[in-house]
Design a protein around this ligand. Structure first.
Ligand code: CA
Length: 523
């Protein structure tokens, strides 16, 4: 009998071992976690002290953190197109939120799929058309809703009851548990909508931070002197352009007018609406009773903004924890590359702003944390200039798949693995969506580890230059400052050479402008 049991145990062991072994030694799985508008200032691993994101931080503690990861174009849909294709906006064609995206071009999930990977995309993609390169896709149409969102499940519209961040986590886990083929490596794009505007928190976090007062950044009351016209003429001030209803969730503004926010609550079910109103009505009433003015009112607005923003991030962090736990519990942590990033950074009151778009540091940079125990040492810190342009070639490199020649990014596998420290010394940036909401002027520029040069064009023709070492908040434009003549010349040379290297030109800028104005005229 004992002998029989031992033989049976042996059979069980040997039938399990090869699968287990294959999962740990075959091509790595890729779990690509991206959120929308998540500022690095709001990831505690970056040390800003604003909030706690213990689960996201775990990725850096057990892997690497990039302190100067940037995007090539700081706005949602274009950034996603760059991330998928590994090509700059002016090459992949998705230069702004208006242009259609051409799914027929090469992207990294397609390449992985063609090379034996099982691929899935759950969450926000913000690109029109059925996603190509995925065995399964469940995506929000456009921006999507925070409460009871619709999803396009393999192209079919379905409504889901609940809170969007939790649904995206649950459905990602469901795919891993029920649909994942253990005989293939997987690539899962787990992409959150949060913390995108208008920052609607989950029911359980509606009162988180109610007992806390946040201090705005030291340049919250920026007057934009010593900057160009673009900084002065934007429309993204927390105290000025954010709206009483949509952004600050007041049903009635301080002057007694209805804001229309009540319409946003129509999507909620009764319980969700009751919870929401129970949480916000006392806060709103207390604010109105105070009759705040001037800087005190601006401070209240900042607090309403930052608290709602950080509340939505709490749910994102919870989800990351659940998915990391799932990898641990199922023996998948060792052979899975986990990336956490955002489609760009965001202003959390710096310069008085919310939103993104500018090449100034807060929206140019993006959080980037990566874990892959087989190659990346725990606690690695990388300060080199990587970009969202590099994701596609990096993932393909890890997977051992040939990188299509048209991809412009570079694999940072060896850089983060510690086998090289050779890397580019400058990065290129473009932004096109103007005239449009927030009125951030068209610009392009170059950044090195220390300096930045930008050219704002179309209805102005202005250059700005910053020395991040002496002026990390970018408050003083040093273009044409005689002390920086050599630096200015060096940056112009780098800019010209990068424009040439990536295939950009004034002719591109003019063509995209014409197409944009035509789109607007036809809408
Ligand atoms: Ca975004």
């Amino acid at each position: 009998m004992i002998r029989y049991v031992l033989i049976l145990l042996g059979l069980v062991f040997f039938s399990c071992a090869p699968k287990e072994e294959e999962e740990q030694t075959g091509p790595p799985n890729i779990l690509f976690i991206m959120s929308d508008d998540h500022a690095y200032q709001a990831v505690s691993a970056y040390g800003h002290g604003l909030n706690e994101t213990p689960n996201i931080d775990r990725i850096a503690e057990e892997g690497a953190i990039f302190t100067r990861a940037t995007v090539t174009n700081s706005i949602c849909a274009p950034s996603r197109a760059v991330m998928l294709t590994g090509k700059h906006s002016f090459i992949n064609g998705k230069v702004d939120n208006v242009q259609p995206f051409n799914w027929d071009q090469a992207n990294f999930p397609k390449e992985l799929q063609a090379n034996g990977y099982q691929t899935a995309m759950v969450g926000k993609i913000h690109l029109d058309g059925l996603p190509q390169g995925f065995d399964y896709s469940m995506v929000l149409p456009g921006q999507g809703h925070y409460y009871n969102p619709d999803f396009l499940v393999d192209g079919e519209r379905q409504r889901f009851e609940g809170y969007v961040t939790d649904i995206i986590t649950e459905e990602s886990l469901k795919w891993l548990k029920e649909e994942r083929d253990p005989d293939k490596p997987f690539c899962l794009l787990y992409h959150q909508k949060a913390p995108h505007r208008n920052w609607q928190p989950a029911p359980e976090y509606l009162t988180l931070y109610d007992d806390k007062e946040f201090d705005p950044p030291s340049n919250f009351f920026d007057d934009y002197s010593d900057r160009g016209t673009a900084a002065k003429e934007q429309e993204m001030q927390v105290d000025g352009h954010a709206r009483w209803g949509h952004d600050f969730k007041m049903l009635v503004d301080p002057s007694g007018d209805s804001t229309g926010f009540v319409n946003e609550l129509k999507r909620f079910n009764d319980k969700q609406r009751q919870d929401w109103l129970a949480a916000y009505t006392p806060k709103n009433d207390a604010m109105k009773a105070e009759n705040l003015e001037g800087k005190e009112l601006a401070r209240w607005k900042f607090n309403r903004y930052i608290k709602d923003y950080l509340r939505t991030i709490r749910s994102v962090d919870d989800g990351v924890g659940e998915v990391l736990d799932y990898l641990d519990e199922n023996g998948l942590a060792e052979n899975t590359i986990v990336v956490y990033t955002s489609d760009q950074g965001f202003y959390l009151g710096e310069h008085g702003w919310f939103d993104k778009r500018f090449m100034y540091e807060e929206s140019f940079r993006t959080p980037l944390l990566i874990r892959y125990p087989k190659e990346i040492k725990a606690g690695t810190k990388i300060d080199k200039l990587v970009q969202n342009l590099d994701f596609a070639p990096t993932f393909l490199d890890y997977a051992g798949v040939e990188i299509p020649g048209e991809m412009q990014g570079e694999s940072f596998r060896e850089l983060v693995g510690g086998t090289t420290d050779e890397w580019r010394d400058a990065v290129y940036y473009t932004y096109y969506e103007y005239p449009s909401v927030h009125m951030v002027k068209r610009h392009y520029g170059v950044a090195t580890d220390r300096y930045k040069l930008m050219h704002f064009y179309y209805d102005i023709d202005e250059w700005e230059m910053y020395d991040l070492e002496n002026d990390p908040q970018e408050m003083h434009n040093i273009y044409d400052d005689p002390e920086y003549t050599d630096v200015q010349e060096m940056l112009h040379e780098k800019l010209d050479s990068l424009r040439q290297h990536y295939g950009d030109s004034d002719a591109n800028d003019e063509r995209f402008l014409e197409e944009y104005l035509e789109h607007r005229a036809n809408r």
